[in-house]
Structures are given as structure tokens and as C-alpha cells.
Write a protein that binds this ligand. Structure first.
Ligand code: AMP
Length: 631
């Protein structure tokens, strides 16, 4: 029924188990997964109290939670600050001179920042923002590549209680504009450029396009990396010139646990992105807890996540998580295959990376490059190698276990922008079953249900539902309470993830794909509706439909179908122009691999486009039930 019967059957037949090597098992922070999970079940209040006590609270909370769904609050009445917890708290614990951040890039020299230096940088930017009148609750959109400056600006916002909304610096002008408008940002902070595969990518021109005519944007702060960049209008300010005269200290704002820390937009099914809202308290508690006990990373570790600050992983496990636990982290601006296929392993060896986080698509890329590119490099420091973002195919998983980690362990984990930290994962103390993500985090109680909300048995696929909230998940959708409420479905009995899943008799869960019209391209969620509306914006197009087609490297690739206005004629040039148009509006990750021009789209009698049929035709599969097809 789930549409994934083949995969479910294959999983049921699979007997592959991978055991963590002894050194991984011995070092695991959680030695007894069942015992840990059960300690939460036995006394949730005591569990959360314990988890929260590692952090700094300016004032203690009164109750661990208050739940009246769809609303839920955590550490109620507590006063805290995410940035204070990352910086002052660790400096007070004696970590001031420890390196917090190693920065690598294909363009700029390597740099390192200690915890104390990060605090100084963040404080200056925070003072600079305050000098412009930015304060608690104000929205700041950040359009910057992965680098120290992007992280510092995020932390500076958190420090003064401003709400950051990072837009991935690869999204197009249309997507950026839509997000600036939706959150009502007063300030946009951007870099003028980033560097990819030896090329300079001009970000400033995208920002110029995006903010043109948006009067609500009072200031555009520009981090200048290119000497040729000229600031134009009065509202454009040179970020470094504004920041350098500022004082080194900026007291952190005392915030309520439930005050909003950030908004992060993600694709949905309507063509309008959802501004997922996360708060200071529960987010900090969850990320800190799981960075240590799931990602197995403590002060002694060197962490590297290859994600980007534009995604949720970059919020939870680049900007905040590593500094919450006081470890050293590596960040690298650039693609993992440039200047050549060995750059990732050189970086691992250079810094002695112990725990690493990447995406299945990157593993598949390494697989394609071949094990030879790994061989000359010492990877013996790697203890844990985590993957998330899309289904991790067993072939890539097993390849990574056999070829990437020498005496380490590969682990899948599953979560989403809305949840901000894992729901499921393979732990360092448990066997891995490739194809299955693993087991739930404490606090997470899941079920698989059919359309009516009936629970399915082990081995049966259906909708994945989380029965109760966790502290680290979203609190709302910005400006759209109805859309937020619709995640909580009474009939289905909880928070609807939008994913199809199956569990086995041993309590391992597999997540098979989306149940809605959302695609997953290289681990990035893209709504078919977003791409369709971008196509329709083009003056030649009257109707558009988009499907995902399997792609060996990216997991899924985008294929578009369009119907043209009368009088417009299809050509290879027009197809190329349409692909380029989507790239301009939404950014390179949303660019279709192909666009076909049709005379009409298959529709139901009620007028709904049958994407399922387009997909079957494209892939040469059985067309299934076509009884509702219009003549
Ligand atoms: P995003 O919010 O962009 O991070 O995308 C989240 C979506 O990616 C989830 O709802 C899943 O569809 C998919 N996803 C993330 N991690 C996994 C995983 N480990 N296995 C299968 N699907 C995943």
C-alpha cells in the first residue's frame, strides 16, 4: 500500500548486519541504548531535567513541559541564551584558549579561532547590530556561504535575541526575496561572493535583485571579500567597517526558553515555503544532548559536518551543537571534489577529525571516484561517520563501512528541518542494519499508520507519525498558524512527518521516502510546487508538472513537463532557457535535469495533474489505474 513494496521486501530479506568495532563500542557515550531509552520512558520529567541541567540558565524553569497540542512549551519560565551557552559557558569551564573552529577553503587561507576569539568576534557583530537598532524579535536574513563570518553573524543574532533566517547562498533571487518578505526582515546580511570549483560566484547581484523595491529592508550589510565590490545605495553598509570599531563585549540578552531563535524555510507542497520556527531553550537542550549522546561527540573530539549554514544540519550541528559541547570543529567552504577528489581526506588527516557528518549523496560521489582516492590519506582518526538527509542505500552504506572508515563506524540518522535534530539513528553501541536508519532517540515515540490512522504491524509500510512532541522540534510556522497546526493530525494520532516508513521485529526503523509531492535532490528538499510555479512564471509556459526520477548520484533528479501558450513553439533552446529560468528563480539545486514540452498534461476528471502517470511513462513502468484519467 505504501508504494514501496519492493524495498520493504528487500529489507525483510536482508541479513546484513555491521558491528561497531571494539574501539567505537568502548568509546560510546551511550553504552546501553535500551537502558537509556527506558530511562526516559520511566520518568520523562527527570530525564529532561537532567538533560537541561548541563546548560546555563539565568533563571531556572518552573516546569519541564506544558503541552496542549498543537502548542507545546519546554523548560517553561526558564531564562537562557543559545549563544551564551556556546561561548561564555565554555570559557568559564576553562575552554577559552581551545580552538572552537578550524576554517578551510579552496580560496582563502586556513584560519583557526579559539572560543575566546569567537566570543570577541560575535560580540562585536552583536554590538554592530544593536547600533543599528536591531534587537529582540527583529528578523535578520543571512545570505552567506559557510565560513566563520556566517556563523558569527548567526551567533550575534542569537546573542541579542534577534531572529536569524539563513537562506542558503545558492538559492536564487526569487527564493531569497520570498523569504525576506515572508519574515519581514529589517536587515539582510550577505557576502558579496563565494568560491566554488575555482570560480567566483557573485552573491551580491542576487541580493540586489532580491531586495529591489523592498522598502522594509532598512540595511543591507555586506561582508566584502572582493575588492571590486562597490556599495551602492544608502542602505548598503560595509559589514567589517561597521564592526571593527565596536567594543569586544556585548552582554547576552536574557531570553525566555520559548523565545524564537531562528526561522528556517523549507519546501512544502504549496509552492510557498514554510518558515519553520525554533526557540532558544528546547533547541539548545536537544542539540546538546544528542551531539554528546547520539553523535558521540564531546570536548575531546574534532567534529566535521560537510553541510552548510543554509540547512538545518548547519544550524544544529555547525553553528550551535559543536560549541554547545565544547569540541573543536572543522568547516570547509567549497565542494568536496575540488581541487581534487582527495581534499576531504586531506582535511580529515590534517585536523585528526574523529566524528564526521555528511550525506548519502556525498558517499555515492566518493564511491564513484573509487577507493583509490582515499588510500594515500590517513583516516585512522575517524571513529564515527554519520550520514543523513535522504534514504541511505545499503550499497553506499556498506561501501563506506568497508572503504572510508578504517576502524570506525558508519551510522545513518533521520530528521527534518521541523525537528532540528535526529528522531532515529544508529548508535555507536548498536549493530547497524543497512537500509534501516536505526532506533528512536529518547523522547521520540513513533508509529506507522495507514490512511485511517490504524497502526501497522512490523513489516508493513505506512505514514510515519510521531506521537508526542520533543523539546528540540519547531514551535510554529512563521505567519501561518494553520499550516503549523496541520502537522498535528488527530486522526493519524500525532505529528505527521510526511514520510513513509516501516519497522522490523527488532525495533529498527527504515524511512523509505516522502508521501507528499516533495522531492529529495542530494539531500535537499524541493517541493514540486516550487519548481512548477517557477516554470509557470516563464512567459512561454501555461502549465507545468514536475516529477522526481531516480538518479544514481543525487537520489532524485527533477524532470519537468510543460505546456506552452498558443503560438509558442518548442525547441531545444526553449528547453534550455526553461531550465536556466528555474535556476535563476530558485537556485542551482532546483534546476531540472530535463524539461519536456507536451501538448497537454494528463489530468483526472476533476482536473488534478496526474504526476504519477507522467512518472510511469517517463520510467517505462506500468501506468497503473488510469480510470480517473480525463479523455
Ligand atoms: P530537510 O528538512 O530538508 O532536512 O529534509 C527532511 C527530509 O529528508 C525528511 O522528511 C526525509 O524525507 C528525508 N530524510 C532525511 N534523513 C533521512 C534518512 N536518514 N533516511 C531517509 N530519508 C531521510
Amino acid at each position: 500500500m505504501s508504494g514501496h513494496d519492493d524495498v520493504i521486501e528487500k529489507l525483510a530479506r536482508s541479513t546484513v548486519r555491521l558491528q561497531p568495532p571494539k574501539r567505537v563500542r568502548d568509546a560510546a557515550k551511550v553504552q546501553d541504548y535500551d537502558g537509556w531509552y527506558e530511562s526516559w520512558e520511566a520518568d520523562p520529567d527527570a530525564f529532561w531535567k537532567d538533560a537541561a541541567e548541563s546548560l546555563h540558565w539565568f533563571e531556572p524553569w518552573l516546569r519541564t513541559s506544558e503541552i496542549a497540542l498543537p502548542q507545546h512549551q519546554w523548560f517553561v519560565g526558564g531564562k537562557t541564551n543559545l549563544s551564551y551557552n556556546c561561548l561564555e559557558r565554555n570559557i568559564e569551564r576553562g575552554l577559552g584558549d581551545k580552538v572552537a573552529l578550524h576554517y578551510e577553503s579552496e580560496h582563502d587561507p586556513s584560519r583557526a579561532f579559539t572560543y575566546r576569539e569567537v566570543l570577541t568576534e560575535v560580540s562585536r557583530i552583536a554590538c554592530a547590530l544593536r547600533s543599528l537598532g536591531v534587537g529582540k524579535g527583529d528578523r535578520v536574513v543571512i545570505y552567506m556561504p559557510l565560513g566563520p563570518m556566517g556563523i558569527f553573524v548567526m551567533q550575534a543574532c542569537a546573542r541579542i535575541g534577534a531572529i536569524h533566517s539563513v537562506v542558503y547562498a545558492g538559492m536564487g533571487a526569487g527564493a531569497l526575496r520570498q523569504r525576506i518578505e515572508d519574515c519581514g526582515a529589517r536587515v539582510v546580511v550577505c557576502s558579496d561572493a563565494t568560491y566554488r570549483r575555482g570560480k567566483t560566484v557573485n552573491l551580491k547581484s542576487i541580493v540586489d535583485d532580491a531586495v529591489a523595491g523592498l522598502d522594509g529592508v532598512e540595511h543591507v550589510l555586506v561582508h566584502k571579500r572582493e575588492s571590486a565590490t562597490v556599495l551602492q545605495s544608502n542602505r548598503e553598509v560595509d559589514l567589517e567597517a561597521l564592526v571593527s570599531p565596536q567594543p569586544d563585549e556585548c552582554e547576552a540578552e536574557v531570553l525566555d526558553a520559548e523565545d524564537v531563535a531562528f526561522i528556517l524555510y523549507t519546501s512544502g507542497t504549496t509552492g510557498k515555503p514554510k518558515g519553520v520556527v525554533h526557540v532558544h531553550g528546547g533547541f539548545a537542550v536537544g542539540v546538546h544532548l544528542l551531539m554528546r549522546n547520539y553523535f558521540d561527540t564531546g570536548e575531546e573530539d574534532v567534529w566535521w559536518s560537510t553541510s552548510d549554514i543554509g540547512w538545518i544540519v548547519g544550524h544544529a550541528y555547525i553553528c550551535y551543537g559543536p560549541m554547545l559541547v565544547g569540541c573543536t570543529q572543522v568547516i570547509r567552504e567549497g565542494t568536496p571534489d575540488y581541487p581534487d577528489s582527495s581534499v576531504v581526506w586531506q582535511t580529515v588527516a590534517k585536523h585528526g577529525v574523529t566524528t564526521m557528518f555528511t550525506a548519502p549523496t556525498t558517499v555515492r560521489m566518493f564511491m564513484r571516484m573509487g577507493a583509490e582516492s582515499l588510500e594515500p590519506h590517513d583516516r585512522s582518526s575517524l571513529r564515527m561517520f554519520y550520514c543523513a538527509g535522504e534514504p541511505f542505500n545499503p550499497e553506499a552504506w556498506t561501501w563506506a563501512q568497508e572503504n572510508i572508515v578504517e576502524d570506525g563506524f558508519v551510522a545513518d540518522n533521520y530528521w527534518q528541518t521541523e525537528i532540528a535534530s535526529p528522531m532515529l539513528g544508529t548508535f555507536a553501541c548498536m549493530d547497524a542494519k543497512p537500509g534501516f536508519v536505526g532506533k528512536p532517540m529518547p523522547g521520540v515515540r513513533l508509529k506507522v499508520v495507514d490512511h485511517e490512522g490504524e497502526s501497522m504491524d512490523a513489516g508493513e509500510g505506512g505514514a510515519l507519525v510521531m506521537e508526542q512532541p520533543v523539546p528540540w522540534m519547531m514551535r510554529s510556522v512563521w505567519n501561518d498558524p494553520d499550516r503549523y497546526a496541520s502537522y498535528w493530525n488527530r486522526q493519524l494520532g500525532g505529528y505527521v512527518t510526511g514520510d513513509i516508513a516501516v519497522r522490523d521485529g527488532e525495533g529498527y526503523w527504515a524511512v523509505l521516502g516522502r508521501s507528499d509531492d516533495v522531492l529529495n535532490v542530494s539531500g535537499h528538499r524541493i517541493g514540486t510546487a516550487d519548481v512548477e510555479s517557477a516554470l509557470i512564471e516563464h512567459d512561454a509556459v501555461v502549465e507545468a508538472a514536475v516529477i522526481g526520477i531516480p538518479d544514481e548520484l543525487k537520489g532524485e533528479a527533477i524532470k519537468g513537463f510543460v505546456v506552452l501558450h498558443q503560438g509558442r513553439h518548442g525547441s531545444a533552446d526553449l528547453e534550455a532557457e526553461l531550465k536556466h529560468h528555474v535556476r535563476h528563480v530558485l537556485g542551482p539545486i532546483a534546476q531540472p535535469a530535463g524539461v519536456s514540452i507536451l501538448d497537454s498534461l494528463p489530468k483526472t476528471r476533476s482536473g488534478k495533474i496526474m504526476r504519477r502517470l507522467l512518472k510511469a511513462r517517463e520510467l517505462g513502468l506500468d501506468e497503473g489505474d488510469t480510470s480517473t484519467l480525463e479523455d
